[in-house]
Design a protein around this ligand. Structure first.
Ligand SMILES: Cc1cc2nc3c(=O)[nH]c(=O)nc-3n(C[C@H](O)[C@H](O)[C@H](O)COP(=O)(O)OP(=O)(O)OC[C@H]3O[C@@H](n4cnc5c(N)ncnc54)[C@H](O)[C@@H]3O)c2cc1C
Length: 521
């Protein structure tokens, strides 16, 4: 993917006054899913993202590809069933990025084994042919074998069940590459600034600004899809300043620790915390990730901050279950995500995770809510609506069996480059041809310089933050290490993107300020 090429295609269409079939606003899981679906059906699709692809919620999840045991408890069987099916399709279509993961629910009371045992059997049943493995009851010894750092006192046994795990930002980048492989035009650092309307007042395109040059781009489109997550209502209000609020925002944080806090290959699932939620401690990229919280917010922001009480809550809950209680000093990184929840009554944790498709009287098509796991199904639903609404060429949706960019079955043999799947070869070649690119960027993380070069050349990374937060996950794994990597990464990017020393200095300064928010002091 080359940004210059993308902007050229947008200009060309505007000059020819040739409208796109679909213009998507928002490059998170929802919008990128729509771009993949539309492009794979042969529709002309353009997507604009205000920042880097995946900068919003879609890089800040718990990293689970799951049906949602919690939604089963809430009685939302249709959501669980469709998410379990999507979980299976995600593993089938992106085996380099989606893996099975065993979870153990530890039992400290006599009633927990039968209660969770039966619930998780139902979870297995609902998955049907998309199952990831049968759940079963464990003895105390078996439980501790799977989770050697689990608090043994009072432990009576456990229940093991299976779900999926992934690298969210990496899947997002590979979805962008899949969309581009099928002809989609994608622009990052290009916010939609206004909606265009025809003589009757129907939305027929948008204006967007290329943040790198300041150029205003005109994008005429038969259908405009609003997929801006927690920013949904700000786009709807561009079409109708009186549009009623559709989305409420709830914040969730995660703490990242050294892997020694969670030995073994099994995740810990705490089914009921003191605030009635679930808490996971999962192994991820050789670290342990604990989360999450559910804190209602009045207004969304691009870089939400963790609350002190959220940090304390996760530390306290984890301390109850782990032999070595983690402290603030053990936190290598904290990251915060915002859930776009469709407005309803009651607590945000009880609001439905179903997605919603909404058509405003102006014809603006909004898709919001849902989960990362259901992005494909959401996209199919959205493009079906777009075809009907815009009277577009009606092609069947092919994404159920569409391989995601990088598709590779035996990627674990690639070591730390596993997440790149079939692109790992190209990164290996970069490192082989230039010894400087083979250099590791920090002793505590596996990333090499070639990954940054690849991110700039092939994945449209534009800034140090892009390279360290999403194209590699350094910032999410170890904020101090990421800060130390900023300068060499800025120099690598400057060489690739043709930037000068002033740019390098500004990038390093900006990144250090941002990364400070990912540290817990
Ligand atoms: C804490 C937490 C944990 C989660 N864990 C899981 C999990 O483990 N598994 C799971 O399946 N789901 C999980 N989810 C849910 C999942 O992450 C979200 O449903 C999904 O990422 C939402 O994607 P989105 O594309 O709708 O929003 P986003 O990813 O936020 O994307 C919206 C994009 O729109 C862009 N935008 C905004 N305004 C404009 C504009 N004017 N012009 C252009 N672009 C604009 C933003 O920059 C942003 O990138 C979790 C959510 C949270 C908050």
């Amino acid at each position: 993917m080359r940004r210059e090429e993308m902007v050229r295609k947008i200009r060309e269409r505007a000059e020819k006054r040739n409208p796109w079939d679909i213009a998507v606003i928002g490059g998170g899981a929802t919008g990128m899913g729509v771009a993949v679906d539309a492009a794979a059906r042969g529709l002309d699709v353009v997507l604009v993202e205000a920042h880097d692809f995946g900068k919003g919620t879609s890089s800040r999840s718990t990293k689970l590809v799951h049906g949602g045991v919690r939604y089963l408890e809430q009685g939302n069987v249709p959501l669980v069933m469709s998410a379990l099916k999507e979980r299976g399709l995600m593993r089938q279509n992106a085996p380099h990025l989606v893996h099975d993961l065993a979870f153990v629910v530890p039992n400290y009371s006599w009633w927990e084994a039968p209660f969770y045992g039966i619930g998780l059997k139902l979870y297995d049943l609902l998955a049907g042919k998309y199952g990831f493995g049968a759940s079963k009851l464990l003895t105390k010894e078996e439980t501790l074998e799977r989770l050697p750092t689990l608090e043994p006192e009072g432990l009576t046994g456990g229940v093991v069940y299976f779900d999926g795990q992934f690298d969210d930002a990496r899947l997002l980048i590979h979805l962008a590459m899949t969309a581009a492989d099928h002809g989609a035009t994608l622009m990052n650092y290009c916010p939609a600034t206004a909606l265009l309307r025809d003589a009757e007042g129907y939305v027929n395109g948008l204006m967007a600004r290329d943040e790198e040059t300041g150029e205003n781009l005109t994008i005429a489109a038969r259908i405009v899809v609003n997929a801006t997550g927690v920013f949904t209502d700000s786009i709807r209000q561009m079409a109708d300043p009186d549009a009623e609020q559709l989305v409420v925002t709830s914040q969730g944080i995660h703490l990242v620790f050294d892997r020694s806090f969670l030995k073994g290959d099994t995740a810990l699932m705490v089914p009921r915390t003191s605030d009635g939620r679930v808490l996971f401690v999962i192994p991820w990229h050789d670290h342990a990730v604990a989360g999450t919280t559910d804190t209602p917010l009045d207004a969304p922001s691009m870089e939400p901050l963790p609350l002190d009480e959220e940090i304390e809550f996760i530390l306290e809950t984890a301390a109850r279950y782990l032999t070595r209680p983690p402290t603030r000093a053990d936190v290598l990184a904290v990251y915060v995500g915002l859930r776009p929840l469709v407005k309803g009554e009651g607590k945000t944790s009880a609001l439905s995770r179903d997605h919603v498709i909404h058509v405003d009287t102006s014809g603006l098509l909004t898709i919001t809510g849902g989960k990362w796991t259901t992005y494909r199904y959401m996209a199919e639903d959205c493009v079906d609506h777009a075809i009907t609404l815009g009277r577009l060429r009606d092609e069947p949706c092919p994404t159920r069996n569409l391989r995601i960019h990088g598709y590779l079955r035996d990627s674990p043999t690639l070591g730390s480059l596993e997440v790149y799947g079939s692109d790992a070869d190209a990164i290996h070649t970069l490192a082989k041809n230039n010894p400087a690119f083979a250099a590791r960027l920090h002793p505590d993380l596996p990333y090499i310089a070639a990954e940054v070069v690849w991110a700039a050349r092939a994945e449209m990374a534009r800034t140090v933050e892009d390279a360290l937060a999403r194209h590699t996950r350094a910032l999410f794994l170890n904020a101090s290490a990421a800060i130390a990597m900023a300068e060499p990464v800025a120099r690598l990017l400057a060489a690739e993107l043709g930037r000068d020393e002033l740019w390098v200095a500004a990038q390093v300064k900006d990144f250090r300020a941002l990364a400070a928010q990912y540290r817990v002091v």
